[in-house]
Design a protein around this ligand. Sequence first.
Ligand code: F6P
Length: 527
Amino acid sequence: MWDRLKAVHAKTKDRRIADLFDGSRVADFGIESDGLFFDFSKTNIDKDTYADLIALAAAQGVAEKRDAMFAGEKINETEERAVLHTALRNLDGGPIFVDGADVMPGVKATLAKMSDFANAVRSGAFQGQGGKITDVVNIGIGGSDLGPAMAYPALKPFAVGPRCHFVSNVDGADLADKLEGLDPETTLVLVASKTFTTMETMMNAQSALRWMEAKVKDPASQFAAISTAEKETAAFGIPAERVFGFEDWVGGRYSMWGPIGLSIMLAVGPEDFTDFLRGGQAMDRHFCEAPLEQNMPFALALTGIWHHQVCGYSTRAVLPYENRLLRLPAYLQQLEMESNGKSVSLSGDALDQAVGPIVWGEPGTNGQHAFYQLIHQGRQVVPCEFIVGAEGHEPHLAHHHRALLANCLAQSEALMMGRDFAAAEAMMAKKGYTGDALRAHAMQRVFSGNRPSTTLMYQKLTPFVLGQIIALYEHRVFVEGAVMGINSYDQWGVELGKELAQKLGPAVEEHGSTEGLHAGTAALVER
Ligand code: F6P
């Protein structure tokens, strides 16, 4: 099937995407699910190619693997774990069994415990030494940071709880800058770490405890932990009543649906947080029930596979025309690149093609005034994924939103249509250029066009819609990984650097020794 798809690409790569638009293309290459609309008509995928891509997914048994994931089978084979972040949003679904036990009672009990705590903090029933909690500092990194750090600005219009701040980097500048201006007596610190051993998080947590100690008699009383490691949280001094646990079948980068989302729940309240879960659950249902041809995560993933594995475009840009989704690209970088940045299959065999495109992006329209030059006229093709809502949350600034929308739609059309030499020449001739100067000036203004993009649209960014979008991308990662035959749920690639950093720790102390270090590293340490 790969050979066939590559042959199709070789044969069709020079045709114009714009020429594929017959009367029904937008309907044929558009999928709607609970108000979320995915348009992939502005790609070079035609009906036959899409059928081939669906056949590829079918041949790889992706639907069966999906069902196994939802059923709690241990599809994370290298860590011998189930993959059940979907259970965290299985609000009104049936039981889900892992090793013969239903996990849903535990999920519901944790959600209730989170809600009780969030309500207590928001109402003032839980207080700091100085009274009602005004600020929450979430200390975590990777999957214990990026989800809530992305969702907090995204859901700002719904946030009526304490202000949230996110500290992740071991660079003391991060902690110092975030704590600046906060009152320890009215601050709650959440230490979010699945393992409770991650170096960055533990160092930041200890330093935050010292900061709190200077003013608060019982500093640990203003700490809560989000972790699976009960012994470690107890050793830190956080009592079980303020420890929010989750199971090993929730991977770090898939964990914002449960306790890792506590800061979000504190900000927006349990009801809106539940709406976020409902959005995720709605996407789960769609993913499980819609026929493959009309299945949004399949379509998004297969478009990704077409662009990366078949066409060979090595990166993809995620371009939210929604300023509040400014951290979405960073969030997706972990979700997609930590999940699928692999080079061996599940059975340990070397893959013969690259998996996991480089994901990057910035909110529009800022990106337009920065890197879009390359996207439009650079020689490399960058498939673009536009994300946009029909409405903003600022009725008094509705004209801003219309301008935002117009820009988003203009970009996907410009990428597809481009501008040919004749049009550029006519434009410059009108300005009075002739001869060689006319040619040179016209050439600068030629846009090859024919550059693919997709557009994800919704009415307005709400907790429900955010839940749909995040679950959509999670399932996209799953489908891409399953087609490629890799395990999307481990991350062995982050280990080596961590091990070496430990070894280097003593060397970078004052008067530390560089003995035993690689010469290239020793030279830098000495400098
Ligand atoms: O560095 C990789 C990683 O394990 C991520 O997968 C994870 O999200 C992050 O570190 C944080 O881990 P923890 O929640 O255990 O502190």
